[in-house]
Design a protein around this ligand. Sequence first.
Ligand code: THG
Length: 376
Amino acid sequence: MSAPKIVFSRRLRQTPFEQRALEQGAKAFTVYNHMPLSSVYESPEEDYAHLCEHVQVWDVACERQVEVVGKDALALVELVTPRDISKCAIGQCFYAPVCDENGGVVNDPIIIRLAEDRFWVSIADSDVLLWMKGIAYGRAMDVSVFEPDVSPLAVQGPKSFDLMADLVGEHIRDIRFFWFIETEIAGTEVILARSGWSGQGGFEIYLQDSSRGLDLWDAVWRAGEKYNIWAGCPNLIERLETGLLSYGSDMTLDNNPLECGLDRFFKLGKPAEYMCREALDTIAAQGVARKVVNLKVMDDKLTAPRSTWNVKNETGEVVGILTSLAYSPKYEANLCFATIDAAYGNQGQTLIVDIGGSGFREGVVCDLKWNQGASI
Ligand code: THG
């Protein structure tokens, strides 16, 4: 049976770079913020190997922006996240969970501070625009919340620095991780940030005029030809090696940021008002009931399941579920994210993965760098 196809109708919003992604041979797409996001070009393994050695350009326009501007902009952004946004300088980006009143993770965006009273919330796959517009309206805040004509194009991989230096100038090497500059590429104004959804280093170019998407892509492409540039996309193998959680897969509204380990990006009890304050204080006082962990499964190369696989303890009791999986050539193991009862979530814990009723494999809980602790 051949795989079903995605129909590119008008309802599936078009990206400014989409034509180039298709021309470059994107073989599969997923849908993210109501937009196509490519997921494979050659094969997941070849895309991964190339990303780790060269440079790729990614159409990540689906990482939509929610612009928040006006007198109450900071207050609104503070309200929706436990991270202290008053510490985010103009020119800086903060990775910060957006949480509801129960502490549930609504999204895990990058928050970009463009001015004292102007932010972009660069979202993962959920409708943050509606959430934030609703809160602003309900509280009669003096702020405007809308989706601007902004589309990120990522340039990722070890050779991205040489490429961008050729294209924009040597000064781009001085942009610190999670900071940005304003510049021009292909005659169009862009925000150039040192960020991106891989651990291989690189940049994100925020295009601010969708009619110039192909020109921007082509300028990057031409500068990249001498560095063996490929079209690419967020890669499952690489993001598991790097430990990047994917909203909707590894965490949902049903999870709180403490059990996801996102609390390493903020400290509870910031001065500003935020709507998940009480909920997170209560969870922190009681301790989390479960944990999102890195689980390493040795033996043969497994293929990610469509539905979740159960994770069991030594007596066969279900203690969690596996949410993402990829075979890593670097670690010669299947790397997974799993949500596990807290009692079984410590580094070095061995667990049994029930691979869809067709067998069992032993897994071990690892730290963020896939170390498995002293007990193994
Ligand atoms: N770029 C932009 N927008 C985005 C993403 C992106 N929106 C959706 C999604 N990705 C948001 N999620 C993440 C998750 C992790 C990181 C970036 C975006 C990330 N994390 C690093 C880490 O965990 O080691 C560093 C975080 C830090 O030190 O602050 O890079 O990719 N525009």
